[in-house]
Design a protein around this ligand. Structure first.
Ligand code: KIV
Length: 291
């Protein structure tokens, strides 16, 4: 018997395109959502066919595509370029794009102009990093028809203010700030909330207390609505954002239990294995990947 999962049949051919209302319905049914970063048309097709629900054109492209040490140098024009490429390749997946550093923080009006550029390029939602102080911007965008994904916990655009890529919200006071920020962002109309590098218990509490938010975890345990990984981390190609491989990353090119010298899975098989593991709740494994 082969230990390799078969390549996913083209899941996107069988499923209708994801829309925000359909994602809300799926999440209300208890379905786990699989998000993955994506930066070009070919990977968009492969990831969509493997069953990924949501493609994120992350500003992590600064790290994994451009080789930069942080996401700070990434520009709006570069994000629009990669968004257009991903939009051309995908079929059913929902497309979210990061607002890069310096393109949304000054005012809601600045954020709207930047978000409009990304929506014209094919984004269906924009993501922005930051706490409750971004709530006015989130409200401004959502009232004007731009769906928003917020992002709390480790926010890589603030790496120099935080002092490194480390777990956030570890003590009671910091956890309360996260919960208060998430509440403010939910009330402002954010549909999704990425929770990056936060203790599993904190992410679970936010997800339970704010069911109107679809929470997407990365290093946030198993209690969120969905999961996201950086594609290159999932494919075992990087040491993770910031240089060393964090514990929440799993290399999905290695089938569980396979011998160290066994051939790795194909890209399509690896991505299908990620989607299956998110959907059946086996990834993340709290004991291995949680904080
Ligand atoms: O830029 C990115 O890829 C992200 C994910 C890590 C959530 O923001």
């Amino acid at each position: 018997m082969s230990v390799h999962p078969q390549p996913a049949p083209d899941a996107s051919a069988a499923r209708p395109a994801w829309t925000l209302p359909r994602l809300r319905e799926a999440s209300a049914r208890g379905e786990k959502l699989a998000m993955l970063t994506c930066y070009d048309a070919t990977f968009a097709r492969v990831l969509d066919e493997a069953g990924v629900d949501i493609l994120l054109v992350g500003d992590s492209l600064g790290n994994v595509i451009q080789g930069e040490a942080s996401t700070l140098p990434v520009t709006l024009e570069q994000m629009a370029y990669h968004t257009r490429a991903v939009a051309q390749g995908k079929r059913s997946a929902f497309l979210v794009t990061d607002l890069p550093f310096g393109t949304y923080e000054a005012s809601p009006e600045q954020a709207f102009a930047s978000a409009a550029t990304l929506m014209r390029a094919g984004a269906q939602m924009v993501k922005l990093e930051g706490g409750g102080y971004t709530a006015d911007t989130v409200r401004f965008l959502t009232e004007r028809g731009i769906p928003v994904c917020a992002h709390l916990g480790l926010t890589p655009q603030r790496v120099h203010a935080i002092g490194g890529y480390r777990v956030q919200g570890r003590d009671d006071a910091a956890a309360k700030v996260l919960l208060d920020d998430a509440t403010a962002l939910a009330q402002a109309g954010a549909a999704f909330l990425v929770l990056e590098l936060v203790p599993s218990a904190v992410a679970r509490r936010i997800s339970t207390e704010l069911p109107q938010l679809m929470t997407i975890g990365i290093g946030a345990g198993a209690g969120t609505t969905g999961q996201v990984l950086v594609l290159h981390d999932l494919l075992g190609l990087t040491g993770g954002t910031g240089g060393k491989r964090p514990r929440f990353v799993r290399d999905f090119t290695r089938a569980p239990g396979s011998a160290a010298d066994a051939p790795g899975l194909s890209i399509a098989q690896s991505v299908a294995a990620y989607v299956a593991a998110v959907k059946d709740g086996s990834f993340p494994d709290e004991a291995v990947h949680g904080y």
